[in-house]
Write a protein that binds this ligand. Structure first.
Ligand SMILES: [Zn+2]
Ligand SMILES: [Zn+2]
Ligand SMILES: [Zn+2]
Length: 358
């Protein structure tokens, strides 16, 4: 329940806001929802600027990016996987993944670069990969409105890049994410995702892995399977089909946050069947379209949490987390790492549920 105020004579007392802790992380959020506040109150006029300069990701401008490390082409009715060379930039691609011109993590130039990446406990080199996955030849084909067939190419693209990158000895994690809208960090408006590989496992994943491992040791059960079971019966459930469940997490730190969980236990996406890939593409489209319709096409980030370490297969369970960008993390959040969310996850879920059109 949202906080309620009661007048007791001249004294004003108040039922407290809720403090909620994440399922796995040592992370707390204050659910400070004002009763009158609805998700639609967060809708802002779209400020998205149109691409003013030439879009380097649009067809015809392939020479403006480094050669694609992977692309899909249609050939004789089949989808074939290929790559560019310095001399040859393929045209008529369906998706293409290109190295970022200004990479946060850069590939090793020689074998020795991969041998000792971390020089000490607190110093190392940012060796890795940083790619921009162009999701469609159509500039505006973002997942909420994309053709399902195109979204299936995108999900297959994620899986192909994950498969190829995870085998590199210098890769300890593969982060696959999407920034949508300027406020969420997208500097290009063309529909794209990003893939970054890191030579260490990032903190959030480490914490999830270690909490999941502890739970496994105690209960011989996957904590994510447990969450799935509970949330599919909770007021935070948004959408469910035979392969996936979408829900607002109990301790959401972002207003309107939702997560997509596969029902089949697996630590990453590599063993998804074609049916599951199609089902995931549908689930992604349905939930992002719901968000777009409900809150006037807000900026957002999404990212996969997965594990590429085979030893974690029993207890880790991949998922996608979607973070709408509807509030600004200010002094308290930056100062403490504790968050304030002004929309009840239960309200977020019921409003999204009403808006979805599966
Ligand atoms: Zn474009
Ligand atoms: Zn599981
Ligand atoms: Zn997660």
């Amino acid at each position: 329940m949202p906080p309620q105020r009661f007048c007791l004579g001249s004294q004003v007392s108040m039922v407290f806001n809720e403090l909620r802790k994440d399922y796995l992380l040592n992370r707390w959020v204050v659910i400070a929802a004002e009763r009158s506040r609805r998700p639609t109150d967060f809708a802002k006029p779209r400020t998205e600027s149109v691409q003013k300069t030439v879009c380097p990701l649009c067809p015809g401008n392939e020479h403006l990016t480094p050669p694609a490390v992977m692309l899909y082409l249609r050939s004789d009715g089949e989808i074939v996987k290929d790559k560019d060379t310095v001399k040859l930039r393929h045209k008529n691609w369906l998706i293409r993944s290109v190295p970022n011109l200004y990479p946060a993590f850069a590939p090793p130039k020689s074998q020795t670069d991969t041998e000792q990446i971390m020089k000490s406990d607190n110093f190392g080199f940012a060796v890795g990969n940083h790619e921009v996955l162009v999701e469609s030849p159509n500039h505006d084909e973002d997942p909420a409105d994309a053709e399902l067939s195109q979204l299936i190419h995108l999900v297959n693209g994620y899986i192909d890049r994950l498969r190829d990158l995870k085998v590199e000895t210098y890769v300890k994690y593969v982060s696959i994410f999407r920034n949508y809208g300027k406020e969420a960090g997208a500097s290009l408006t063309h529909a794209h995702s990003q893939i970054i590989t890191t030579p260490i496992v990032p903190r959030t994943i480490c914490e999830e892995l270690s909490a999941a491992k502890d739970f496994w040791k105690k209960h011989r059960k996957c904590i994510f399977c447990n969450i799935l079971e509970n949330e599919s019966k909770s007021p935070r459930l948004i959408y469910e089909n035979s392969n996936f469940v979408v829900f607002s997490p109990y301790a959401s730190i972002n207003p309107m946050e939702f997560w997509i969980f596969p029902k089949k236990h697996n630590s990453n996406l590599l063993s998804l069947s074609n049916t599951e890939i199609e089902s995931f593409a549908k689930t992604l489209k349905t939930s992002l379209k719901g968000l777009k319709d409900l809150v006037n096409d807000p900026p957002y980030n999404y990212g996969f949490h997965l594990s590429i370490d085979n030893n974690t297969q029993e207890y880790y369970h991949w998922h996608l987390e979607v973070y709408p960008q509807l509030s600004i993390w200010a002094g308290f959040e930056k100062n403490t790492g504790m968050h304030i969310n002004t929309i009840m996850p239960e309200t977020a879920a019921s409003e999204l549920k009403k808006t979805l059109q599966p």
